[in-house]
Design a protein around this ligand. Sequence first.
Ligand code: PLP
Length: 479
Amino acid sequence: MAESTGRRGPRPDAAHERGGAPSPDWEQLERWDRAYYLHNVQAQGQWPWLAVERQAGNYLYLSNGASLLDFQSQLISDSLGHCHPGIYGEITRAMERYGHVFFGMGHEYRARAAKLVIEDVLGGERGWAGRLRVLASGTEAVENCITLARLYTGRTLILTQAHSYHGLTVGATMLRGYRNNLTPGGHPDEVRDVPGFPAHGYIPIPPPEHADYAGPLPLPSLVATEHIIRTLGARNVAAVITEPMFGAGGLAPHPAYMPGLRDLSKRHGFLWIDDEVLCGFGRLGEWFGYQLHPGVEPDLMAVGKSINGSSLPCGAVVASKAIAEFFDQARWWSGSTWDGHPLVCASIVGALETMLADNVLERVRARGRYLRERLDHLAARHPSVGRVAGHGLYHAVDLVDAQGRPIVAEDRYTAFLGDLTDHPNNVVARECAARGVFLGGFVPNTIKVGPPFTISEAEIDAGLAAFDAALSVVDARWC
Ligand SMILES: Cc1ncc(COP(=O)(O)O)c(C=O)c1O
């Protein structure tokens, strides 16, 4: 794959970027990586060697001399492009003074990061948010939200949506959706779940209706969810956890869904955990996805990715004022070596100060409108495009066959069985990569268009030209 991937052309002087250091031996590195690294998602034998030599701006420069326009911000994560000076400058300055400081001590960057999030982004006194804790990943933020919700309410059950994704540690895996299962070697059609799945305490609820749902209201998903709540007994439910727009599943919920779900949680007296790891900090054209729905605010929020442009491993929890106050009075035995790491907090400070100074929301909205207009043009010309849905700089494109059905029938219920190489998402990824663009999807029929906030209109045109060509291949094959 690497040989046919990327666009060759003028590129920055790589040796200069390495400070004159000699070029690494990429063949040797490939042998070590194949021999010793514990890869995920693909079996070892299927692993494509797609090595990135360096990154800059919105581009990845590959070891084979080619480059890729990153039209997906890696995992819809690297929101300010790669190696943004506003972030890396702050990390570099922090490194002159700090290594690791354990959570029992304070430091400059933890205080500044908390002030930026709670006061400058979330409105301080006027807002709902009380406190921030900085952790090592979005998954850890989700785990902490669940524990906080259970300790605060004294209840066990967590409602979790089909098609959702919240991370792959043992607890987060139990949150339904894409769940750490194994397809054993030699058994391409077998699903082997992590023993113990599904676990006590995690209750699946239906996925939301799509944004273009035109059926009756109230939404059937919310009616079914309320039946589940009544069956379980609301007094046993600690929280519901949702994504504003699904990251892995690429599903933009109907606009009535989030307000309706929040109403359910208020009427039945349980918490709402809003997982904003992928959508938070600007991706949907608002600081957070919940702000697309006026009057709706969460109790707990898990964030990550864009909080520091994914420059260093990071996640964080935001607790409401009421929950923060409850834990202020208590002694909670929690913590990790990495809580509030100075360099990670410096990366948050760098990213948020850059985003605030550059008025990032305006930029995301303007570029997002441009992107959506052009995606709608593509949809009008390609019969394989069944739906375009999203906000800001995150749009999901669902691919269908000549009858308008999902090309891979399991669609978002996929367990990733059989030969995946010919799934439409992988066909699109290959065709785009051959044209110098990094773009694909996670579930088989959905392409996730999520370029960095630093993308220009010309780069949007370039990314979509590759996608256009890839869609012609999909049309010819399935429509
Ligand atoms: C919505 C959502 N929650 C949680 C996670 C897990 O975050 P991390 O990969 O930083 O552990 C992700 C990762 O993609 C995500 O999209």
